[in-house]
Write a protein that binds this ligand. Structure first.
Ligand SMILES: CC(C)(COP(=O)(O)OP(=O)(O)OC[C@H]1O[C@@H](n2cnc3c(N)ncnc32)[C@H](O)[C@@H]1OP(=O)(O)O)[C@@H](O)C(=O)NCCC(=O)NCCS
Length: 215
């Protein structure tokens, strides 16, 4: 499902359960040596997706250890993102775009209190206006997670939930406007992101990509 919300030049791999016998590199294993089984399974399957996606770009079997603040360390020249939730794991990678972020969530309403904690008033007004029976609060949350995953490798700093204003289109697109100054990327200031969302099989997935300046 994730590929349908990724642009040309970004490839992905996904899993709906955890394969047995996936081996980790020592530097990956070190990161989860003390982890509980659930964490070990999501981390390991995420690495399996990452290597499967990298193989589509022609990369050999390489480690993808967690780096600064959990951001995966990709081979030189590659950008990418990993997500996992109950029943779903995915990775997306690219040699063409400047950054990519993906997120998947169970397609359920957010738990009580979470929407107020992660949204701006203007976003809550937008959600109310979108109407219908979709879980727009979960779409918003996932969009913000994707934004953070695309932001971090470029900015190398934290981004609060109130630091980006999301506008969701009912047709599967969204836009994020940064309310804090962004990094200079490819000779321009990063001011926002374009993203896409989709729902299938009880999962919502979102993606954000930062394209190169076409010149
Ligand atoms: C890091 C975070 C985005 C992960 O999202 P999540 O929905 O909890 O979990 P997911 O399974 O979708 O993603 C986890 C993966 O994200 C990736 N990730 C973690 N930290 C990251 C970072 N700083 N930058 C990029 N990717 C990161 C990792 O690959 C991780 O999987 P792994 O540890 O197995 O390698 C989230 O926990 C978080 O800290 N959010 C707060 C920041 C935020 O969202 N701000 C909103 C800005 S508008």
């Amino acid at each position: 499902m994730i590929e349908r919300i990724l642009p040309d030049g970004v490839v992905a791999a996904e899993l709906f359960d955890d394969p047995a016998d996936v081996e980790l590199f020592p530097e990956e294993e070190a990161h989860i040596a003390e982890a509980v089984d659930k964490r070990r399974r999501e981390f390991t399957s995420g690495r399996h997706c990452a290597r499967t996606a990298l193989a589509k770009l022609g990369f050999p079997h390489v480690p993808v250890p967690p780096g600064e603040r959990g951001s995966p360390i990709w081979p030189p020249g590659v950008v990418g993102s990993i997500t996992h939730c109950a029943g779903y794991r995915a990775a997306a990678v690219s040699l063409d775009v400047l950054s990519v972020g993906i997120d998947a969530e169970p397609y359920l309403p957010l738990p009580p209190g979470v929407l107020d904690a992660i949204s701006l008033r203007e976003e809550r007004v937008m959600l109310a206006a979108l109407g219908g029976d979709l879980h727009w609060d979960r779409v918003l949350f996932s969009a913000k997670e994707s934004v953070y995953k695309a932001w971090f490798p470029l900015a190398r700093r934290w981004l609060n939930f109130e630091d980006a204003l999301i506008r969701i289109d009912g047709d599967g697109a969204f836009a994020a406007s940064l309310l804090v100054s962004g990094p200079s990327v490819d000779g321009r200031m990063l001011t926002g992101f374009a993203g896409r969302w989709t729902v299938a099989g009880g999962i919502i997935a979102t993606s954000v990509t930062v394209p190169r300046d076409p010149g």
